[in-house]
Design a protein around this ligand. Structure first.
Ligand SMILES: *Cc1c(COP(=O)(O)O)cnc(C)c1O
Length: 476
């Protein structure tokens, strides 16, 4: 058919809507949405035909109303799906920023649900019947758990760093080592955060070496903060010298300048005894005399997105009074989920067992092997042949800029489809309900059992089976 004839064969919107499929669709979905999708689809085809410059013999369209109605139906259904959905993370990256970082503990989920659909005492002291502070629900807990004198919670750790600098050093200088000018990703770059918070950054040392004398010589009467930033997502190795915390604290005390440490992840539990490499805990930093620490709520802490500032009372109060604090304040959902998460830390064992990030980090190799074995057997039975599936030992990553060099031993199932590509299968898996995310590497798909939450291995098996069947159907 030629172009003009094809264009003429596109039905009008009104006529198309009379199709039985679309009449049914209209019973289920708002008329506005169905019309919009219909118009858009017709417009797309019209535009495509008009701009087509190749051989008209190559057209292979079917503009029957029935076929168009089918296409509209699937578009409307897809549009009506929630854009933000729960997904299954089989990538093995525990704190996966693209996948929403920390999944909440059951108790945090419950707390969140209970305050979200009703009223709460967010800013009311039930005891006095007077206005209270939203910070009060978490501040004492944070102090008890970390040894801090005071604490403030804001939207995320980037906001925490920004607020601390703005409140303590606006128009003044802060000193930072060149080796600690980190970029976290998503354009959080230390030098930029500093300039936008209105402080002057004085870099000292070199990329690989920094001495306490470098700081000492840089101090002037304008210096308001000595800033230490945890190099969370990289390490400088080889010929290096880093100023340690105690040295910096000693200098700060001598000069009367607060030392602030941006810990990034900020764990409350020393994870060394669970086989991870040493990382400073929040308690340790405060004990060593750091005036303020900042850290994320949704990295190693395993709670909601938040930024926590903890340390000396006097500085915390100054921060609370800062104008910007209001703009960065947390909502009731965050307060609820954070309070419930923090309460789990009263008992380390409970924290490890109930906070998903911590339990995933500390799964034993035999637990993982077991889980992977079961899943493997199910997949061989229901999804693909043993030729295409292998159970292998591999490693998971922590993610979220924590433990950048850590390789956690794990077990993964490698799927090497023989009849279709793994990229196409991965795409199909992303479109399942719920979507399933694995790792692709050299045309194989890997599923790491470490990041599967309870029961998700069964969903994974079911969705994988569905996706494989769709792939095979498309081959015919
Ligand atoms: C992750 C991180 C941040 C940013 O924290 P968010 O909670 O993502 O805003 C800042 N500093 C360091 C060192 C980090 O690791």
């Amino acid at each position: 058919m030629n172009k003009q004839a094809l264009l003429r064969s596109l039905p009008a919107v009104d006529k198309l809507l009379k199709e039985q499929t679309l009449q049914k669709l209209l019973e289920e979905f708002p008329r506005k949405l169905v019309i919009k999708e219909t118009q858009e689809l017709l417009e797309q085809y019209r535009h495509y035909l008009l701009s087509f410059a190749g051989d008209e013999q190559d057209f292979s369209f079917n503009f029957s109303s029935a076929a168009l109605a089918e296409e509209i139906t699937s578009k409307v259904r897809e549009k009506n799906n929630m854009s933000l959905r729960r997904v299954i993370n089989a990538t093995g990256t525990i704190i996966h920023t693209n996948l929403g970082r920390a999944p909440l503990a059951k108790k945090a989920e419950e707390a969140l649900l209970s305050v979200s659909s009703g009223y709460s005492n967010l800013e009311l002291s039930l005891e006095k019947g007077e206005r209270g502070s939203r910070q009060s629900h978490v501040e004492n807990l944070l102090c008890d758990l970390t040894g801090a004198e005071g604490a403030v919670v804001v939207n995320n750790n980037a906001a925490a760093v920004f607020l601390v600098l703005q409140a303590l050093a606006f128009g003044k200088e802060i000193i930072i080592s060149r080796g600690e000018l980190v970029e976290i990703g998503g354009s959080f770059r230390m030098p930029d955060v500093m300039s936008s918070s209105g402080v002057y950054m004085k870099e000292v040392g070199t990329t690989n070496k920094c001495y306490i004398s470098d700081y000492e010589e840089a101090i002037t009467d304008q210096t308001s903060v000595l800033l230490k930033v945890h190099t969370s997502n990289y390490r400088i190795v080889g010929f290096t010298k880093e100023v340690n915390r105690s040295e910096l604290v000693e200098l700060g005390q001598k000069a009367g300048i607060p030392v602030v440490e941006d810990l990034g992840s900020g764990s409350l539990i020393n994870l060394e005894k669970y086989g991870l490499s040493p990382e400073p805990t929040v308690q340790e930093c405060l004990q060593q005399g750091v005036s303020l620490v900042t850290f994320s709520g949704d990295k190693l802490l395993g709670g909601p997105q938040a930024g926590i500032i903890a340390g000396k009372k006097e500085l915390v109060n100054k921060i609370k009074r800062n104008q910007i604090a209001r703009a960065l304040r947390v909502d009731k959902f965050t307060v609820a989920a954070l309070e419930a998460t923090l309460r789990l830390y009263w008992d380390e064992e409970q924290a490890i067992n109930e906070i998903p990030v911590l339990s995933m980090l500390t799964h034993s190799e035999s637990q993982l092997k077991n889980k992977a074995h079961k899943l493997y057997n199910q997949l061989v039975k229901e999804v693909a042949s043993a030729k295409e599936l292998t159970l292998i030992k591999d490693s998971s990553t922590v993610g979220g800029g924590a433990f950048p060099l850590e390789e956690l031993s794990t077990y993964v199932i490698k799927f090497n489809p023989s009849q279709f590509s793994s990229t196409s299968l991965a795409k199909r898996l992303r479109q399942m309900t719920p979507p399933v995310l694995g790792r692709i590497h050299q045309d194989a798909l890997y599923f790491d059992v470490r990041t599967l939450l309870e029961g998700e291995e069964f969903v994974l098996a079911e969705k994988l089976q569905e996706a494989v069947q769709e792939e095979l159907k498309d081959l015919w």
